[in-house]
Design a protein around this ligand. Structure first.
Ligand SMILES: [Zn+2]
Ligand SMILES: [Zn+2]
Length: 607
């Protein structure tokens, strides 16, 4: 547990202490730290509402001020059972009733495991720890909301009240966190997506299936252009594959049955009986949840030799995943997604260089998007769970993990190692990035795969004429369009840099005299001939009104054109959120625009 998690988990104990003081009959279940805070599940006849928070927080404040030590005590199973029976666990003293959830949790602790209690003041809880030293180490805290949750997440169990809060080491850190949340609300990708007409969802199309409007499609196509150029320069080859495949392929890949829950149910094709009614099912097709199996088939479609390796197959492939409807969230969790996918087939000797190049590609993208805060989470296997959670090949695990670790160290990338979270078939790297306002997103995953190529019988002829199985690297630096664009909307607050902006330039003639409008249209035509997304506001509105309207639409650059500008051969340049940048010769303005687009300058960052 990190220090922050210890603070938050300790705050959960303090929360339970406070609730017990106010409502001594409260029965507590679990109180772990979670992303951004902590919660405690409680069963209580009083329905806790946000109006109760001030009172609970006041009690919590007293407990923190008292600066009680979190004392750890190891007890026997029998002693713990006794205390639970007397209602002494997760309570301030003995009670008439059993600490029923704690008793149940106790019975679930394996025989050989140590049982520990933590005491702060009079409050004793069953807990494996760890905690901070004293309640006073909790620098700042706040209760945030209440939800309901079934005990152990099982709907056959009693429904509990889940009280959420957050805690920080310092008050200033907590303030910064809440400011960031406010800012995130302002930048919410669903809100901006609607206002900027980027994407929409429609009940008739189905939940989690985004429709991309013209403005959002611009973002998609610019990202694809970036990926295509970058991958072309890195010697990738593009492929195209269908969105579905027969059941048999997913049995080979292992997606069936292991991944079946996340896939859309099959389309069953039936032969027709003589009377025209549907007969027995003859074939099943599944929508693809991943692109890998199709790419493996492309690798296997042609005899391969060591000379073909590394072979890098890329596709912005569309995948379909059956997320529970309750889990769907804007673009962040969807059922149809386009992935910046590629599979690199290589030999073990080529692995390091390939993996290094993939990392460099990440760094290149981070730079373009102005991402300075990122972290790679390197998930490794647990040797104790070989053959169960992880492919049983200890030698290959060691070899690939060593290789990945070496590359990460060598490239100086910020990373942490997380044991026991690898994929079934190899180590993986999740890339976390922080948006301009400091919110964390998991954008992309990199995986090393040494098991699936052999399931597909993929081989290449080596120098010595023997057949060998390649390694496969799965990589998707730009993640999926859905999630990445959702992230970018927040990151830029919708104020995209010129190269990405749906409407890059709007020309604003001062007035609607034919001469000016003609000049504006000629300028638009010239810019569009260079591929610039330029429009004209031909209305007779006052110039201030035109500027305001363009600002509201988050048009990146406004070119104001008056009679005097026309005579002098200049354009007055305004940038969204930056105001008037002054007049410049027409040719220079155009050249600046083209250079900014060509170089994908990130200049005008979010405001
Ligand atoms: Zn604890
Ligand atoms: Zn893959």
């Amino acid at each position: 547990m990190s220090e922050l998690e210890r603070i938050r988990h300790s705050a959960a104990h303090v929360l339970a202490t406070a609730i017990s003081r106010i409502w001594p009959d409260a029965q507590f279940a679990a109180g772990p730290p979670v992303d951004n805070g902590f919660y405690y599940d409680v069963e209580l006849s009083h329905r806790i509402a946000p109006e109760d928070f001030a009172r609970i927080e006041e009690e919590m404040g007293k407990e923190i001020k008292a600066n009680h030590v979190f004392e750890r005590q190891v007890v026997t199973r029998y002693e713990a059972m006794e205390m639970a029976t007397k209602g002494r666990l997760a309570a301030l003293g003995g009670r008439e009733v059993t600490s029923k959830f704690k008793l149940d949790i106790l019975t679930g602790i394996p025989e050989h495991e140590e049982i520990s209690l933590y005491t702060n003041g009079d409050f004793i809880d069953l807990c494996a720890g760890p905690h901070v030293m004293r309640t006073g180490n909790i620098g700042a805290f706040k209760l945030t909301h209440v939800a309901s949750a079934y005990y152990k997440g099982d709907e056959r169990n009693p429904q509990l009240q889940r009280i959420y809060g957050t805690a920080f080491k310092k008050k200033s850190e907590m303030e910064a966190y809440f400011t960031m949340l406010e800012e995130a609300k302002r930048r919410d990708h669903r809100k901006l997506g609607r206002e900027m007409e980027l994407f929409t969802f429609d009940e008739d199309v189905g939940p989690g299936l985004a429709l991309w409007l013209p403005n959002g499609t611009v973002l998609i196509e610019e990202l694809e252009r970036l990926a295509k150029e970058t991958e072309f320069a890195a010697d990738y080859q593009r492929v195209r594959t269908p969105h579905l495949a027969r059941e048999n392929m997913y049995l080979t890949s292992g997606h069936l049955p292991y991944y079946e829950e996340s896939m859309f149910p099959p389309m069953e094709l039936a032969e027709k009986n003589a009377d025209g009614t549907p007969g027995a099912v003859s074939d099943k097709y599944y929508l693809k949840a991943m692109n890998c199996p199709h790419h493996h088939k492309i690798f296997g479609a042609v005899p391969r030799s060591y000379r073909d390796l590394p072979l890098r197959l890329a596709e912005y492939g569309t995948c379909y995943r059956y997320e529970q409807s309750g889990e769907l969230l804007g673009l962040m969790r969807v059922r149809s997604m386009q992935m910046n996918d590629a599979h690199i087939y290589c030999t073990a000797a080529q692995f390091e260089a390939e993996f290094m190049a993939v990392n460099e590609m990440y760094l290149k993208y981070f730079k373009i998007f102005g991402l300075t805060n990122y972290l790679m989470r390197f998930s490794t296997h647990d040797p104790a769970r070989l053959g169960e959670k992880f492919v049983n090949d200890p030698e290959l695990w060691k070899q690939t993990e060593d290789m990945v670790r070496a590359v990460l160290q060598k490239s100086g990338i910020n990373y942490v190692e997380v044991p026991n979270e690898a994929a079934f078939y190899g180590p993986k790297i999740d890339v976390q990035v922080w948006s301009a306002i400091g919110r964390e997103f998991t954008i992309a995953t990199n995986q090393v795969d040494f098991a699936v190529p052999s399931r597909f019988g993929l081989v290449y002829k080596d120098r010595d004429n023997t057949e060998k199985t390649p390694l496969c690297i799965h990589r998707a630096p730009l993640g999926t369009h859905e999630r990445f664009i959702g992230f970018l909307i927040e990151h830029y607050a919708g104020n995209f840099p010129l190269w990405l902006a749906p409407e890059q330039v709007r020309i604003l003639p001062i007035g609607d005299e034919p001469e000016l409008v003609d000049a504006a249209n000629a300028l638009r035509a010239e810019l569009r001939a260079h591929g610039v997304r330029a429009e004209v506001d031909p209305s007779s509105a006052k110039i201030n009104g035109k500027v305001l309207r363009a600002e509201e639409s988050k048009v990146h650059t406004m070119l104001v054109l008056g009679k005097r500008d026309l005579d002098a051969g200049v354009l007055s340049v305004r940038k969204h959120g930056k105001g008037n940048l002054g007049a410049k010769p027409r040719a220079e303005v155009i050249e600046d625009l083209l250079a900014s687009i060509r170089e994908r300058r990130g200049n005008e960052q979010a405001s």
